[in-house]
Design a protein around this ligand. Sequence first.
Ligand SMILES: [Zn+2]
Ligand SMILES: [Zn+2]
Length: 222
Amino acid sequence: MAPVPFEAQMNGDGQRTCGAAALNMIYKSMGIVIPQQAVWRVISLPDAQTGRFARTYRLAFDAILRGVHAIAFKALDPIQAVQTVLAAGSSVIMNHRLQEDTGDGHFTVALSANDNSIEFHDPQFGPSQKRSTVLMRSLWQPKFDNCEISGNFLIALAPIGVPHKCSACGVSSPDSVTCPACNVSFALQPASALGCVNTMCARRLWEAVLCPYCDAVFPLGA
Ligand SMILES: [Zn+2]
Ligand SMILES: [Zn+2]
C-alpha cells in the first residue's frame, strides 16, 4: 500500500468534514485528487436543523463513484478487522467517537495496528496519532444520548477487487450482494476485508454490512 498522505478537515460553517478528509487521504494514496468540499457534498446529508452531517454509508457511496471499491461493515471485533484489512494491503476508515467525553462521530484513517495500539491519521488531531486498542474499543462504542455512531463500523477500501476464498473453510465470496431493502446489487470488495462470508466460519469479521445506496444494515446470506 502506498504511503497515506495526511489531510486536515476544513470544518467550515460548523460542519465537521472529517469523513471527506479521511476519504481524500486514501484517494490521494491511490493517485485520485478531489477537492475536499466536493467529497463533502456527496457524503453529507442535511439534518433536522440547518447543518449537514456525514453519513457512513455515503462514504462508501462516494468511493464507488470514484471507481474505488468500498465496503462498509459492522465488525465483530473492529481491532481484528483493521489488522486484517491492512495486512491485505487495503485501506480502512474507522468510524468512532471523537473522544471519550462526547457522542460526536468521527472518521480516521488507520495506518497500522497491533494488539496494543492503533496508529492513524486523524483529520482533526493530526497525522500519525496513536491510541491504545483499549481506548479505541471504547471510542467505537456508542455512548450518550443522540450518539452519532452505531458502533464498530469501518469502511474498507481498495483500488481493485480480488476474488477471495476463505483459507479456513474454503467458501468463496460472491462477486456482489443484493441489498434486501433497496434491491440494488453492489460489489463485495475488498472481499478479504470481511474475512469470510460463511456465517459459521471463525474467520468471519463482520456482524452486518451497510448498503452504500440506502443505508440498510443487513447480514450476509445464510
Ligand atoms: Zn471461512
Ligand atoms: Zn440498499
